[in-house]
Ligand binder design. Structure first.
Ligand code: ATP
Ligand code: MG
Length: 353
């Protein structure tokens, strides 16, 4: 039995159990993290998404004990961090790199020296340090900027310095707190691509906080949705995107898949006709549903919008359609649901705008 438990935990690089963090006193107390448990698979990219104030930063700061929880346990790489002396904790923390929205670079030091700072006390000699730093700057694509100062760099370049610095001590884990929130969409994609490369080439586990589902869609394997200090939904990215259980999750996803924008246009264009959203995932995406609807129920489907995206190699399709009549709609809905395709009327007025 014990052997089994050990095997389970070995695949988990981070295990937070029943974490509570509150700020302030008594009636003014805010529970920022409310009994949250989180386990992260080794080598994965785990996204935590939620609105401002949901408790994301507080939760992620518990992982390296920048924030000590009121209660709960924190196990990283099999080590119970709350049981460590200050000195041992300092050593374990080197295993956890962190990057932030505003980069947190030292303005008076060059790019090279910003990374070198993280290697203080590393025991490397001057030559080894130089090699490590140049290797890292090359990895993040800014070796040519090593003598520049932060104010001479673009936002994307600054974040690359911050990433190099976070990797200086060869951590197994990289925590990213809104690391792309200050960047434009194109630079965001470039930085996300770099993070993915780091994950794949170096096998580093990444925990990434964001308020943008788009970011999650781009690189995460797993996602947890946080609201008011709790995780309200979690799972594989393809699974959550194709079948969100919680209204808030569905809201986040809609903004990330461009459907919302298409919907508004199409509802106007449909001029009072009922518009339905069909969603399908996996194998279903390529099945000739529309032909089947005609053959089985004599329903002619007008496709107003169609989109297929690939999440972790799973196709995820959305169509906005109208039908020429409502006669067999209930049977058609039953058929579609049986095929694993969800159907929902868009312009009922019931759904939130
Ligand atoms: N040091 C602190 N002292 C008091 N309250 C705090 C402190 N840090 C966070 N909080 C409170 O805890 C709650 C969660 O904050 P947190 O920063 O974790 O949210 P977040 O999800 O990261 O938000 P954002 O997206 O804006 O960064 C908020 O109500 C916040 O005001
Ligand atoms: Mg935050």
């Amino acid at each position: 039995m014990r052997g089994d438990q050990r095997m389970v935990s070995e695949a988990k690089v981070i295990e937070l159990s029943d974490i509570v963090v509150s700020f302030g006193q008594k009636q003014h107390a805010v529970t920022a993290v409310d009994h949250v448990s989180l386990s992260v698979d080794k080598g994965s990219i785990y996204g935590i998404v939620g609105f401002s104030g949901a408790g994301k930063s507080t939760l992620v700061r518990v992982i390296n004990l920048l924030q000590r929880p009121d209660s709960g346990s924190v196990v990283v790489d099999g080590v119970d961090l709350l049981g460590l002396s200050t000195q041992k904790l300092r050593k374990e923390r080197k295993n956890i790199g962190m990057i932030f929205q505003h980069f947190n670079l030292m303005e008076s030091r060059t790019v090279f020296d910003n990374v070198a700072f993280a290697l203080k006390g590393s025991g490397l000699n001057k030559q080894e340090r130089r090699e490590r730093i140049e290797h890292l700057l090359d990895l993040v694509g800014i070796l040519d900027k090593q003598k520049s100062y932060p104010d001479q760099l673009s936002g994307g370049q600054k974040q690359r310095v911050a990433i190099a610095r976070a990797l200086a001590n060869e951590p197994n884990i990289l925590l990213c707190d809104e690391a792309t929130s200050a960047l434009d969409p194109k630079t965001t994609l470039a930085v996300l691509k770099l993070l993915k490369e780091i994950n794949q080439r170096l096998g580093i586990t990444i925990v990434l906080i964001t308020h943008e589902m788009q970011v999650v869609k781009e690189i995460c394997d797993t996602v947890a949705v946080m609201d008011a200090g709790s995780i309200i939904e979690r799972g594989g990215v393809a699974e959550i995107f194709s079948d969100p259980k919680h209204e808030l999750t569905a809201d986040f996803i809609r903004t990330a898949t461009h459907v919302e924008q298409a919907e508004q246009t199409i509802v106007e264009y449909a001029k009072g006709r009922k518009v339905y959203e069909l969603k399908f995932s996996g194998e279903r995406a390529s099945e000739p549903v529309i032909v089947e609807l005609y053959k089985r129920f004599g329903l002619t489907t007008n496709v107003m919008y169609g989109n297929v995206e690939y999440l972790q190699n799973t196709p995820l399709g959305t169509m906005l359609v109208t039908f020429d009549n409502d006669d067999h709609l209930d049977s058609a809905k039953e058929f579609l649901n049986g095929e694993g395709i969800s159907i929902q009327q868009v312009n009922t007025g019931e759904r939130r705008a």
